[in-house]
Design a protein around this ligand. Sequence first.
Ligand code: MG
Ligand code: ZN
Length: 224
Amino acid sequence: MIPTIQASPAETYDIELEHSLLQANAKIADENRSVLDRHGITAIDFMGAIGSGKTTLITCLVERLKSKLGVAVFNGDATTAEDAEQIHKQGVPIVQIATVNGCHLDANLITKAIKQIDLQKISLILIENIGNLICPAEFPLGSKARVVVVSVTEGPWMVKKHPHMFLGASIVVINKIDLAQAMGVNPGQLTLDVHKLKPDIKVIHTSCKSGQGIDEVATSLLAL
Ligand code: MG
Ligand code: ZN
């Protein structure tokens, strides 16, 4: 038996503060959603760990979708602009959301980002959340659905270790599938782990390098 200590909530005040913070966020998320709905815009929140390939996946999706409909991207990034610059090359409207070391996007930041784009010209917004598999799950943004991106390079336990994140997802992308053998990770087992949590989540295996699965993700987003 391995000795374990568990973090305990320090003070009641903290719990109350966190509770009202989450409530306030949820209310703003609902407002974002109704603004987007009124304009016929679908927003999708992409979540996943640092290095799971969110930016490259979004870039590939934008490349395929931009000729079909008006796409915009909100790129959450703690400190740098490299990701936003990569997507910007696709020539679609993009808003970078610098969280200044904040570890998740929140609904208020999305309210501000929405004001930066011409809503008449857009019908799909892809939101790249901060690379983090814990707290983004607690902060709805007003998106219609969530995509969780997990890469085989993160090892075999990512799904089992972060059930909360996956439970909130409509689509799970198992990315960098071309590296599965080199990593000794079985993507089929990751798929089983997802379906054990929630049988109706759509799981798509992708490689942005070979293009495998990207069309299926694009089609699935349009069907949401
Ligand atoms: Mg990124
Ligand atoms: Zn956070």
